[in-house]
Design a protein around this ligand. Structure first.
Ligand SMILES: Cc1ncc(COP(=O)(O)O)c(C=O)c1O
Length: 484
C-alpha cells in the first residue's frame, strides 16, 4: 500500500523539483498580488494612504468607499451612490425609488402616482449588481488625461474590437466591413448622421428628413432645433413614399427607421425607396426582440443605454459602410464634443467584456433581460386582456437566431390604445388612474394612443401593475353595475 507520506529517500530525490515548484509558485503569487509599479516613488508614497492592504495601495481607499456605499440596502427600494447628497452624518443617504420614502426607503408614499413615462433602462440594474466584481472599474487620477485615445484621436481601439465581437456573437449586425464612430449617446448621432448624409452646403439643395409614424420624437425635435440650409424636418414618410413627380428626388430624403420601433416594438424597413436610411437599432438586441438575421444597412445606430442599461454613461455608436460618410460624422463629433469621454470608454470596456464573457452561459445578459421583460409583458397582457377600455399592440412569439428557438415577446414599451369613443386623450385617461404615460402625440400619432415604459425598475413595474389592475377592476365593476 502506498504511504500517505513521502519517504526520506523519495524526498531526497525530489528536493530540487519541489523547491523549483515552490519558487515558481511564490513568483506567481508575488506577480498577481503585488501592486503594479507606481508611476513615481513620490506618487506612490503620497497615495499610499496607509491602506496597508499589502497588495493594493492607492486604489484601496476608493474601493473601500465604493463597497461601503454599495452595502446600504435602502430596504430594496433605493440606492446609495458615491455622489449622493451628503446627510448630517457626513455620508450620502438613500435615493428612493418612485413612490417610496423615508431614510431607508421602507415607506410607501400614500396614493402615489406611478411614473411609466421615461425609457429609463433600470431593469438591468440587478444584473450588474450580480456582476459587481467583473464590471467594476478603478479610475486613477491620471487615467488618460490627454485628449487623445488609442486610435491617435478619441476612440479606444480595444472597445471597438469588443463592439465588433459582440455584433458577431449576437448576430444582430454586420459590423466587420463598417466604420465605427463613437458618440455621446446615440442622441448625438441623430444630427451628426443627418449632417453627414445631407448634400454639400454649396449644392443648393436641402435634404428632407422623415420617419414613419409613430416614431421616436427626438428625430423631429433635433432636426427642428438644428434646422439648417442643408436639411429640414419633412414629417411622415407616407407623403414621400407615395410622392411622385414633385420636385424632390428620393435621393434628397433621409429616412429614420427605428427597428424594433419605439414605441410599438415592430421591426421596420425603410419605406422611401432610394432614400438614405438611418437604421436606429437601439432595441435590436435579444432581450427586447427576436433577431431574424443580422442587419446590414449602410448606416446603423446603437446605444449602451438599451443594450446594457448604462444610460448615464452616454455611449452610442454608429456602424457606417461609406468611409466618406463616416469621416463627416467624425468631423461633426470632433467639432461638437471632441469625442466621447475617455472615462466612459473605460467603463464601457469593462461592461462589454463582462457581457461577452457570459454570452450563452447561465449569466447571459440577454437571457436575463428577456426573462425579466417577458414576465412583465405576460403580466401586463393578462390584466389588460380583461379590459374593453384599453388594448395593447399584438406581438406574436417569433424564432430568434440568437436563442435558436421561438421566443415570447418582451417589448420595451406597451403601446396602449384607448378604445372608447370618449377616451380620445389616452394619457389623460391613465393619468386620472394615477399612471403617468407618454402621449402618442409625441410620436406624431393619435392621442388615442399612449406609451407605457416597461424598462424601468421592478418597483416601478409592480406599482404600474397595481394601478392598471385597479383601473381594469373599476371598469369591470362599473360594467357589472350597469348591466344590473
Ligand atoms: C429609438 C431610440 N433611439 C435613440 C435613443 C437615444 O439613446 P441614447 O442617447 O441614450 O443613446 C433612444 C432613447 O430612448 C431611443 O429610444
Amino acid at each position: 500500500m502506498e504511504s500517505a507520506f513521502p519517504t526520506a529517500a523519495r524526498l531526497g530525490l525530489h528536493v530540487p523539483l519541489y523547491s523549483s515548484l515552490l519558487l515558481n509558485a511564490l513568483f506567481l503569487v508575488h506577480h498577481f498580488l503585488s501592486a503594479p509599479p507606481a508611476p513615481s516613488p513620490l506618487l506612490s508614497k503620497a497615495n499610499n494612504g496607509g491602506g496597508g492592504g499589502g497588495a493594493l495601495s492607492w486604489a484601496l481607499r476608493a474601493a473601500r468607499e465604493a463597497e461601503s456605499v454599495a452595502k446600504a440596502g435602502c430596504s430594496g427600494h433605493g440606492r446609495v451612490f458615491l455622489d449622493g447628497i451628503v446627510g448630517e452624518d457626513g455620508r450620502p443617504g438613500c435615493e428612493c425609488n418612485t413612490c417610496f420614502e423615508g431614510p431607508d426607503c421602507s415607506a410607501r408614499t400614500p396614493d402615489c402616482t406611478v411614473d411609466a413615462d421615461r425609457g429609463d433602462p433600470m431593469f438591468l440594474e440587478p444584473y450588474w449588481m450580480r456582476h459587481a466584481e467583473a464590471s467594476a472599474v478603478v479610475v486613477s487620477g491620471w487615467h488618460r488625461m490627454s485628449y487623445r485615445a488609442t486610435d491617435g484621436l478619441f476612440q479606444s481601439v480595444e472597445l471597438k474590437r469588443c463592439i465588433r465581437r459582440l455584433h458577431r456573437a449576437v448576430g444582430n449586425a454586420v459590423a466587420d466591413d463598417k466604420q465605427i464612430v463613437f458618440a455621446t449617446g446615440s442622441m448625438q448621432l441623430i444630427n451628426a448622421l443627418v449632417y453627414a448624409l445631407s448634400p454639400d452646403s454649396n449644392s443648393g439643395s436641402t435634404a428632407n428628413v422623415v420617419a414613419t409614424t409613430p416614431y421616436y420624437p427626438a428625430y423631429r425635435t433635433q432636426i427642428v432645433l438644428f434646422d439648417s440650409r442643408e436639411y429640414k424636418w419633412a414629417g411622415n414618410t407616407s407623403m414621400w413614399a407615395k410622392a411622385s413627380g414633385n420636385s424632390t428626388t428620393k435621393e434628397d430624403v433621409i429616412e429614420f427607421v427605428t427597428s424594433p420601433n419605439n414605441p410599438d416594438a415592430l421591426l421596420h424597413q425603410p419605406v422611401v425607396v432610394g432614400s438614405s436610411a438611418i437604421l436606429d437599432h437601439a432595441y435590436f438586441w435579444p432581450h427586447f426582440t427576436h433577431i431574424p438575421a443580422p442587419s446590414d444597412a449602410d448606416v446603423m445606430l446603437f446605444t449602451t443605454s438599451k443594450l446594457s442599461g448604462h444610460a448615464s454613461s452616454r455611449f452610442g455608436w454608429a456602424l457606417i459602410r461609406d468611409e466618406k460618410v463616416a469621416k463627416r460624422v467624425n468631423d461633426y463629433i470632433m467639432q461638437n464634443t471632441m469625442g466621447v469621454s475617455r472615462d466612459t470608454q473605460l467603463r464601457m470596456l469593462a461592461i462589454f467584456k463582462t457581457i461577452l464573457a457570459n454570452l450563452h452561459g447561465k449569466e447571459d445578459i440577454f437571457a436575463f433581460g428577456h426573462d425579466v421583460m417577458r414576465t412583465k409583458w405576460r403580466k401586463l397582457s393578462a390584466v389588460v386582456s380583461r379590459s374593453r377600455r384599453i388594448s395593447l399592440q399584438n406581438i406574436p412569439p417569433q424564432y430568434c437566431t440568437y436563442f435558436d428557438k421561438i421566443r415570447d415577446p418582451s417589448p420595451a414599451y406597451a403601446w396602449v390604445k384607448c378604445e372608447r369613443e370618449e377616451d380620445s386623450d389616452c394619457s389623460d385617461v391613465l393619468l386620472k388612474a394615477k399612471i403617468i404615460t407618454r402621449s402618442g402625440v409625441w410620436n406624431d400619432a393619435s392621442s388615442r394612443y399612449t406609451r407605457i415604459s416597461l424598462i424601468k425598475s421592478q418597483d416601478d413595474f409592480d406599482l404600474l401593475l397595481e394601478r392598471i389592475t385597479e383601473f381594469v377592476d373599476a371598469e369591470l365593476t362599473a360594467a357589472g353595475s350597469n348591466s344590473m
